[in-house]
Design a protein around this ligand. Sequence first.
Ligand SMILES: Nc1nc2c(c(=O)[nH]1)N[C@H]1C(S)=C(S)[C@@H](COP(=O)(O)O)O[C@H]1N2
Ligand SMILES: [Mo]
Length: 348
Amino acid sequence: MGHTTAQPSTSPRATRRLRARQVDGLLAIALVVLVTTGFASWLIGTGWVRWVTAVHGIAGLAVIVLIPAKLGGSVRRGLRRGMATRWLSMLFGVLVVATLATGLLHSSGLWYGVGYWSALWTHIVLAVLTVPLLVWHMTSRPSRVRRADLDRRAIVGGASAFAVAGATYGAVELTLRATPLAGGDRRFTGSHEVASFDPVEMPRVQWLNDRAPETPDERWAVSVAGSAVALRQLADRARPVVAVLDCTGGWWTRQSWDAVPLAELVSDLDARSLRVRSATGYSRLFPAADAARLYLAVGYGGMALRRGHGAPVRLVAPGRRGYWWVKWVTDVEPSDRPWWLQSPFPLD
Ligand SMILES: Nc1nc2c(c(=O)[nH]1)N[C@H]1C(S)=C(S)[C@@H](COP(=O)(O)O)O[C@H]1N2
Ligand SMILES: [Mo]
């Protein structure tokens, strides 16, 4: 046999041979995977989520691998269409690229910021803005993806795109580990470490519009399962609990909290769940069985909590993302509502 012109099957060039509709189909798959894995890796704080985070990264790289094929195909034709459509499509493209760029900034640690001014928040906001445009973009196209598009070429091209993305992901992760960039030692959630064992430097983060209440400690009342619990009582029983607060804003911090397990405050509980409520109205429902792993904290690192960090009392919920760690707690109420019957993240 003479020389062969066939490309190795895991070459991004295999994606160049895809028909425009096939590129669109693959991009649609990648984007759906990105939205679902992005959401899951954002909300979940347990170890297995590392795989979801990895799939998220690979799907993002797959979109990048497919960009040349997309530019050569329907984009070129799309530019000949009407003005309004063209602008919207370009806006869509810009949002996708900006979302990818902020995702890469955050994960590599080149720039990740903290709190709302973080690469991750920017990434999330851009991604959320992209979704309606994505739906519009996919439904307004004249040429929808058809069954006949799923041929060998689509499978080879698609497998190549994801294989190249997977290999790139692995190489980038290994390279990051060899550099001083913060991306090299991210937590499995993708978060970066900030101010561990340094409570004063620990960020303060409110979800949406919540604000630290102004009620002074002397007038602060805490009620657990209907009985009043004095702050003094909590302080006397508190002992150190080392736990990681991992905020969905993309940072984590390990502190030694002075805290009392809820199980010691609610005995003989025969409820399904516990609602932990803040003075601000912010609240979360927890399975009652977790009472031994949830704590009311009054201090950290040997000092009293600061107001911004939830003083006089906040919840410490090891293994759960930061938005479960209710600050400025006023009530812990047994409830018969199952914990999963609540919004996956706080809405007020
Ligand atoms: N009442 C109340 N508790 C809250 C929040 C809030 O907005 N209101 N934000 C949560 C979020 S998203 C995080 S990450 C942590 C942040 O805790 P910190 O401000 O002490 O760092 O508090 C959680 N507890
Ligand atoms: Mo958070």
